[in-house]
Design a protein around this ligand. Structure first.
Ligand SMILES: Cc1ncc(COP(=O)(O)O)c(C=O)c1O
Length: 381
């Protein structure tokens, strides 16, 4: 029997948002973790040139693999051999490769709840068993080494994400070290999703490779590099898994888009433009962290990184999908329902993505403030 997996509810919200926009309404899209900026200008310029001269066959860019490997030395002081870099069509296929290299069907893989919707669903699609660990405000919605220590029996694997989606919280270096130690001791394979690296406002995120050299690290050009639709990412695997990962990439996906690889190599060094985006996100984060409590949304873990705020709206609803739909219809602001990230408690949460311009964040605040106030006033006391 094929396994059933849940839909991505934010897609339904986005579809409605696009329908409303087509009707002429001025919708603000804060439902997806998608930078509103395009790829860096130099990367786009190069892509135009390359399109005229390159045959765009199946191809893996040796220069991009070398650039990514060098990045680990420059940024984290960790040595990575270019052969350990598997280029993929984004973090999503990188996750599929990682899980399929590490686990046999039926393996139990632990992950944080709330967490990125695709972890749970990808595990299920690969006939693996998600073991969700409830992570609340006290743990800043992150898995701790203690929680992994207490899991009986030990799972075969653990997925960590720092900064995390939907909360943006970062696991500090000493906790990464503790997680690496408990995983090593208990024989738990580690997959670290580092897709939001480069986007941090409090402390920098550290790669899990620094603590667990055998961890499989997932990353992508979709977030920091603002190239989601180019479909380019990478997986770092330990040398013993290079052949297994390459075999899976070749058979399941062949190669990532050639044009994206050319552009990605240029994007890697467009730091000034990319850092400019972070200034915008930092400003947006401040604006929202200032405005949300005044709207009655006080239970939030301020995000250390990424571009999300996960806010408790349990005093206003027990159906986050219906809540987001009503908010969208009434205010033209699209947000993601917590249900995507947490099948147990998610109906009490919404996620706001602030990867949009500051003008739009200001406008969204103007629109949703009165709506939240009216909603609170309409509830029985
Ligand atoms: C935590 C996390 N991992 C992976 C992905 C998938 O990213 P990609 O576009 O690189 O496939 C996302 C996308 O939002 C994400 O939030």
């Amino acid at each position: 029997m094929p396994v059933e997996i849940d839909p991505f509810h934010a897609i339904a919200i986005s579809r409605l948002a696009h329908r409303l926009r087509a009707e002429g309404r001025s919708v603000i899209h804060m439902e997806f973790g998608q930078p509103w900026t395009g790829a860096p200008a130099e990367a786009i310029e190069a892509a135009h040139r390359i399109l005229d001269t390159d045959g765009m066959g199946y191809w893996e860019s040796p220069a991009l693999k070398a650039r990514i490997a060098a990045h680990y030395g420059e940024t984290y002081g960790v040595a990575v051999n270019p052969e350990q870099v598997i280029l993929t069509c984004g973090a999503s296929p990188a996750l599929v490769l990682a899980l399929s290299c590490l686990f046999a069907p039926g393996a139990r893989v632990a992950l944080a709840r709330p967490g990125y919707v695709a972890y749970r669903n990808t595990l299920k699609a690969l006939h693996l068993e998600p073991v969700e660990l409830a992570c609340g405000e006290a743990e800043r919605f992150q898995i701790t080494a203690d929680a992994v220590e207490r899991l009986e029996p030990a799972p075969q694997g653990l997925i960590v994400a720092s900064p995390a989606n939907p909360t943006g919280t970062i696991i500090p270096p000493e906790e990464l070290q503790a997680l690496a130690e408990v995983c090593k001791r208990r024989g738990i394979a580690l997959v670290s999703d580092e897709i939001y690296h480069g986007l941090s406002y409090t402390l920098p995120a550290e790669t899990m490779l620094k603590h667990a050299p055998d961890a499989l690290v997932v990353n992508s050009f979709s977030k920091y590099f603002s190239m989601a639709g180019w479909r380019l990412g990478w997986l770092i695997v330990p040398e013993k898994l290079v052949d297994a990962a390459r075999a899976r990439m070749g058979n399941l996906f062949l190669t990532p888009p050639s044009l994206a690889q050319h552009a990605g190599l240029i994007a890697f060094d467009c730091r000034d433009e990319l850092e400019g985006h972070i200034h915008t996100y930092a400003r947006n984060r401040e604006l929202l962290l200032g405005a949300l409590p005044a709207m009655g949304l006080r239970r939030i873990a301020p995000p250390d990184g990424a571009f999300y705020i996960y806010a408790d709206v349990g005093h206003l609803t027990n159906d986050s999908l219906a809540f987001c739909e009503a908010l969208l219809r009434d205010t033209d602001v699209a947000l993601a329902p917590g249900l995507d990230f947490d099948p147990v408690d998610g109906n009490s949460f919404i996620r706001l993505s602030f990867a949009v311009s500051t003008d739009l964040v200001e406008e969204a605040i103007r629109r949703i403030g009165p709506w939240f106030a009216a909603k609170a006033a309409s509830l029985p006391r």
